[in-house]
Design a protein around this ligand. Structure first.
Ligand code: SF4
Length: 352
């Protein structure tokens, strides 16, 4: 069981981040914000996939106007993504952003940062303070050796936290990002040792889904296993629903969220299998996709090791040549022909 690090609580609308609350999955829309209909549709798909906070880019005045309308049309709190414009930050806060993502290093004048903090305080908007390795303020990142970058990022973060606290603003979530797996782990360990604010975990520019999955799981998974991290975003070039699916897999594998749908266990197959295990598993996966209960279902390729490995499953099939042995919670209950396997498994699932 993972012992989560205790932090302050930060409310993002009705969603609590930190202070022992479940790790919050967030993602970001990838359509133009001014295309309100497409934006709302993507947010609803993200909600259905398990996402609890969605961030939206607001680079122009037209985007913050669209943001105000999108806030009214969706059921979850929205985060506005601010880059260089203090004006966009103020507009997004007034438009109903529950949180804004701000890299103070991107805002030229300190008085503008203070203006944003005061507006957020007035509207009850939380702020994620971001320090990215690629945009360390006033420094040419390429001139800083890798070995020093983490300490420079920590120093930047300390400076910003002091600035926010000096303004009596504590609804802050901290994020320090790098595209390097080990530096992501290192900086987040330091951030969580130094501050008691909730931490947002992410790996920047992680790549296409197939390339991003492993580095994201390694960096975020390592930190989460140490109890670090209160909200996560997996960055993937592609459909944001894929980001949520990977984030969910990371949390499930660490026992940090519960299965709400069936979990399919499939043996890796080997020379003992006498059927196409992968094809059978894909058929089972399609057959159970509408079930919304947390069940364990196993597809095993033989009766030598299969029954033992599937003993924890609610329903399992151990396939043999042209037939399948159906098990319910470790007990053999039927032997059916290959064609009847799916039907027999569904019948057992229904009986449970
Ligand atoms: S269950 Fe059977 S077929 Fe599958 S990997 Fe194990 S031994 Fe091989």
């Amino acid at each position: 069981m993972i012992k989560r690090r205790k932090t302050k609580a930060v409310m993002v609308g009705a969603v609590k981040i930190g202070s022992g609350a479940p790790v919050v999955i967030q993602s970001m829309t990838k359509v133009h914000t001014t295309d309100i209909e497409k934006c709302v549709k993507q947010i609803n798909r993200l909600i259905e996939a398990g996402c609890r906070l969605v961030r939206i880019a607001v680079p122009t005045r037209a985007d913050t106007e669209a943001f105000a309308k999108i806030v009214q049309k969706v059921k979850i709190p929205l985060i506005a993504d601010i880059h260089f414009s203090p004006q966009r930050a103020i507009e997004a806060i007034e438009a109903g952003a529950a949180k804004i993502r701000l890299n103070p290093g991107n805002i030229k004048e300190q008085r503008d940062i203070l203006r944003i903090i005061d507006a957020a305080g007035m509207h009850g908007t939380a702020i994620r303070i971001g320090v990215n390795e690629a945009s360390i303020r006033n420094l040419k990142v390429m001139d800083i050796p890798f070995s020093r970058r983490v300490s420079v990022m920590l120093a930047e973060m300390k400076k910003y936290v002091r600035l926010f606290e000096g303004r009596k603003f504590t609804q802050i979530v901290l994020s320090a990002k790098s595209s390097d797996t080990l530096r992501t782990i290192e900086i987040n360990r330091l951030i969580s040792e130094t501050f008691d604010y909730p931490v947002h975990l992410g790996l920047t520019h992680a790549g296409l889904a197939e390339d991003a999955m492993v580095p994201s799981a390694v960096s975020l998974g390592t930190l989460l296993a140490e109890g670090i991290g209160d909200t996560i975003r997996v960055s993937v070039a592609g459909d944001p629903v894929g980001e949520v699916e990977i984030a969910k897999q990371i949390l499930l594998s660490l026992g940090l969220c519960e299965h709400l749908r069936p979990e399919l266990i499939v043996c890796p197959t080997c020379g003992r299998a006498e059927i196409d295990v992968v094809a059978l598993a894909r058929r089972v996966k399609r057959a159970i996709e509408k079930i919304d209960r947390p069940l364990r279902i196993a597809v095993m390729g033989c009766i030598v090791n299969g029954p033992g490995e599937a003993a924890d499953a609610d329903v399992a099939v151990c396939a043999a040549k042209n037939k399948g042995f159906i098990y319910r919670r470790g007990k053999k209950i039927a032997v059916v022909s290959a064609k009847q396997i799916i039907g027999a498994m569904l019948k057992e699932l229904k009986n449970l």
